[in-house]
Design a protein around this ligand. Structure first.
Ligand code: HEC
Length: 141
């Protein structure tokens, strides 16, 4: 029993030392962006993205098939590299990040207490995932 406190204290260190490339532990269903970011992202989206993607247009089954299950870093990297299509890379990291937060809101993902980081390493730790659907998790219909 005397060893227990040591174990508890070293647990965060063990978690932090998780090897790079291991499956992300948080998902977009956990509230990974701040509501204020999504609101800012809506402004960016209207100015820059909406001419090609009306809000809600990227919430199709095809979008989910492509992106759900992958990490947010992959989607962030794609948007930074490829979008807006006629002028890729023209936004700041912050603008891309808030646009991504707004895209998550469009997917119906909840906001949370911590802001989405403008940092690929941190984003690699978050998996794009659907919300648990009560109808699938035990409805008898
Ligand atoms: C000039 C038109 C245009 C603008 C502006 C534009 N996009 Fe796109 N976007 C496209 C096209 C076309 C595709 C599909 C590209 C492909 O499949 O190769 C696409 C694809 C995407 C995808 C992947 C969609 C999927 O179903 O896999 C995302 C995410 C995306 N855009 C985000 C954005 C964001 C965020 C902005 C604003 C910063 C933006 N786009 C601005 C034309 C545009």
């Amino acid at each position: 029993m005397a060893r227990l406190p040591v174990l508890i204290l070293s647990l965060p260190a063990l978690l932090a030392a998780r090897p790079v490339g291991e499956a992300p532990t948080r998902t977009t269903a956990d509230g990974v962006y701040a509501a204020a970011q999504a609101a800012e992202g809506e402004t960016v989206w209207k100015e820059v993205c909406q001419s090609c993607h009306l809000p809600g247009a990227l919430t199709t089954p095809a979008f989910r098939t492509t992106w759900y299950g992958r990490s947010l870093a992959t989607l962030y990297g794609y948007i930074r590299r490829e979008m807006p299509q006629l002028d890729p890379g023209s936004l700041t990291d912050d603008e891309y990040t808030v646009a991504l937060a707004y895209l998550l809101r469009q997917q119906g993902m909840p906001s949370g207490p911590t802001a989405l980081p403008a940092d690929s390493t941190a984003l690699a730790d978050i998996r794009i995932d659907s919300l648990p659907t009560p109808s699938r998790a035990g409805s008898t219909r």
